[in-house]
Design a protein around this ligand. Structure first.
Ligand SMILES: [Zn+2]
Length: 84
């Protein structure tokens, strides 16, 4: 919904000048990454801090290294990343 629509519906108080509230964004910090092993399809969560300390900020962009599958012990190369 656009701001003009809100005003025409009478929601909020005052007009220009009075309504100096700011929208805000709830920011979340990464907790873990979820990876599905391409070899055995085992899905596992990896602690963010642990792999971040290994790979650094490349972790935000993908193709940043590898993790070991808990199940089949294969090395999983990390490709593209997605945000949940
Ligand atoms: Zn595996």
């Amino acid at each position: 919904m656009k701001k003009q629509d809100v005003r025409s519906m009478g929601i909020g108080t005052g007009g220009y000048g009075m309504n100096n509230k700011a929208d805000y964004v709830i920011c979340s910090i990464p907790d873990h990454v979820n990876v599905t092993c391409p070899y055995c399809e085992w899905e596992d969560d990896y602690d963010w801090d642990e792999i971040y300390s290994k790979m650094g900020s490349g972790l935000y962009y993908g193709n940043c290294g590898s993790v070991e599958c808990e199940y089949c012990k294969q090395e999983i190369q990390l490709g593209e990343c997605e945000y949940d």
